[in-house]
Design a protein around this ligand. Structure first.
Ligand code: OXD
Ligand code: MN
Length: 620
């Protein structure tokens, strides 16, 4: 990793008195100020910068990072105000084995989370954070998740020593003084502390040279659900560092939802308008890197349908005054997986990233633009790869890291729905669960009822992708696509979903399961992408009871002739395979589910045991 030169000659100054906080006049919340002071005292930054979210601020931070060689500006003619960033090769994905839920009781984190005792964890964190920002600027990053002041929205403040994280937070959230103004004298906010763990001074106060991507081999992504706190150490990448995203919006958010009667979910939100002009809103949960961004930007191949984007990763859902379930996308940008995104697969995303985009760990072209696998049909003859090395196709290596990303404002998305701006969110008609499954799961099935839908969500599994560290391709359980994101005991989370269903009663959305990834002899059976609109069309028509379904063991599948296949080149054999239920394979899966459920002991809701028994009976 290359060092940054231009070493200042003076020793780093320490900020250590409250007056140095330089808080804007309008900040009246004493608890906020003393929290920031306590983190200043602990981490000992040299400067403090309160982020106002302005264009001038963006300019100053980007110029500083260009000078340091952290941001590589792309050719402004090709991609204005856009940058390439290369992370340390050891800091490229979410670190799930270093992610902890520090609830007071271990049982409250449950068997699917790593747990640490909150007092012991805090002691350890204090040791790590002590002096961790020496010689650096600590940025105070106020942000709102959801429209400012909206009834479903929440505010947070991230303290970070990573200006790269600041730029990303500016895109991904409503960041700046408008958000800070939401924190009145007695208002709550979610505190989030982040340090890359690379101080620029040693214990004697001598300066240490900076590197392009500072990080620390020791990493901790920790959550304290009961006090709604987040502490993240050692990583500058993605969900490890943009604490609004997975840490707040999902892990802390899910626990807030349990306490307050709402849901924080790993779901995209899509608005669909039928040829007849009826609007539907669907929320869909898929594990990381399974095409949520593509589906959120779907271009229907069947005539007459219109699809508009509301969110691609996270949904907060709350019952509205009319008793229906309303959803907002709490985010303001996309942090999308680059590889596999191209004109053929997602032209909308390609149009979205025309400029104002931060690309991390993709390749650089000789023309000063970016490239990644799947972006164009033709592979460039020469590139600089994500590690900064010369690259030609003959190399046989990946030019972009499989978890390389683009960070872009949602407002640049040509298919953005006006409803993204709505304070109250949109009423959800259908909830969809999906995953990457070569076998078993049919192209689409409707749950018999809410309880069966919760069972389908709870038993989801998917093939591991590169979004997290681990072996790609291995089948792993990923209930509700929330395995790495649920901030409390997953069994209690299922119980919360069951309770929400009872509360919603006949106003509850219908629940469906989909699988675009079924294979035979290694070949995908379904074309996916725009043709997924055929499945969504069926789902919408089921919502209104306009088409028939056939009951099979695992749910209700389209009755013959109800799935619109006009103009589609999929053989009858493949269509049959897409819906095939192999009882023996399913019974094997039932046994695995049995063992999985057993991990939760008596916290497992009885309704799920009932559903499992029902499935077994239907299969036998
Ligand atoms: C993401 C993820 O970044 O799920 O959205 O990993
Ligand atoms: Mn995600």
């Amino acid at each position: 990793m290359s060092s940054i030169t231009a070493t200042p000659s003076t020793k780093p100054r320490q900020v250590s008195v409250l007056s140095d906080l330089q808080a804007p006049d309008f900040v009246s919340n004493k608890a906020l100020l003393s929290w920031i002071q306590s983190i200043v005292d602990l981490t000992q930054p040299e400067f403090i910068h309160w982020c106002d979210g302005s264009q001038e601020e963006w300019y100053l931070i980007t110029r500083k990072l260009i000078n340091k060689g952290v941001l590589i500006p792309l050719d402004p003619e090709l991609r204005p105000d856009s940058f390439l960033v290369r992370s340390d090769p050891d800091d490229v994905a979410r670190v799930e084995d270093r992610t902890f839920i520090c609830s007071a009781k271990k049982e409250d984190a449950g068997p699917t989370n790593n747990w640490r005792d909150p007092v012991a964890m805090m002691d350890e964190l204090r040791d790590l954070f002590r002096g961790s920002m020496r010689g650096r600027t600590m940025y105070v990053v106020p942000f709102s998740m959801g429209p400012l002041g909206g009834p479903i929205s929440q505010v947070g403040v991230q303290l970070t020593d990573s200006p790269y994280a600041v730029l990303n937070m500016r895109t991904m959230t409503r960041m700046g003084f408008d958000a800070l103004k939401q924190i009145g004298e007695n208002d709550p906010w979610v505190p989030a502390v982040h340090s890359v763990g690379f101080p620029l001074a040693d214990d004697n106060g001598e300066r240490v040279l900076d590197v392009v991507w500072p990080s620390n081999p020791v990493k901790y992504i920790t959550h304290f659900p009961e006090t709604r706190e987040i502490w993240s150490f050692g990583s500058g990448y993605g969900g490890n560092a943009l604490l609004s995203k997975k840490c707040f919006s999902l892990r802390i958010g899910s626990y807030m939802g349990l306490q307050e009667g709402w849901l924080a979910e790993h779901m995209l939100i899509l608005k669909l308008t039928s040829p007849e002009g009826r609007a539907y809103h669907v929320a869909a949960a898929f594990p990381s890197a399974c095409g949520k961004t593509n589906l959120a930007m779907l271009q229907p191949t069947i005539p007459g349908w219109k699809a508009e984007t509301i969110g691609d990763d996270i949904a907060w859902l709350r019952p509205g005054p009319d008793g229906r379930l309303y959803a907002i996308n709490p985010e303001a940008g996309f942090f999308g997986v680059a590889p596999g995104t191209g004109e053929a697969t997602n032209p909308v995303a390609m149009n979205t990233v025309w400029g104002n985009t931060i690309f991390t760990n993709v390749a650089l072209t000789d023309e000063g633009d970016v490239w990644w696998e799947g972006m164009t049909r033709e592979v460039p003859k020469h590139l600089i790869d994500w590690r900064g090395q010369e690259w030609t196709p003959e190399e046989g290596t990946l030019a972009a890291h499989p978890n390389s990303r683009f960070t872009v404002p949602i407002q640049q998305c040509p298919t953005l729905s006006e409803e993204w701006y709505k304070n109250d969110g949109v009423p959800i008609d259908a909830i969809i669960f999906g995953g990457r499954r070569a076998t078993n799961i049919p192209l689409v099935a409707e749950a018999y009822n809410w309880q069966h839908g919760v069972f389908i969500g709870a038993t989801m599994s998917s093939e591991q992708t590169a979004a997290a560290e681990g072996t790609v391709g291995q089948l792993r359980r990923d209930p509700f696509a929330m395995l790495p994101f649920c901030g409390y005991n997953m069994a209690d989370y299922w119980g919360h979903w069951l309770n929400m269903g009872e509360k919603l009663g006949d106003k509850a959305p219908k629940i469906f399961q989909v699988n675009w990834f079924r294979r035979e002899n290694g070949k995908f059976l379904w074309p996916g992408f725009g043709d997924n609109s055929r499945v969504l069309d069926w789902i919408c028509r089921r919502v209104d009871g306009l088409v028939e379904a056939t009951d099979v063991a695992v749910g209700r599948i389209p009755a013959a002739g109800t799935l619109n296949l006009e103009g589609l080149d999929v053989s009858d054999h493949d269509m049959e395979k897409l819906f095939e239920i192999d009882s023996q394979m399913w019974l094997d899966e039932v046994n695995l589910t049995d063992s999985f459920f057993a991990e939760f002991g008596d916290r497992l809701p009885k309704q799920l045991t009932t559903e499992l028994a029902g499935l077994k009976k239907r299969l036998s």
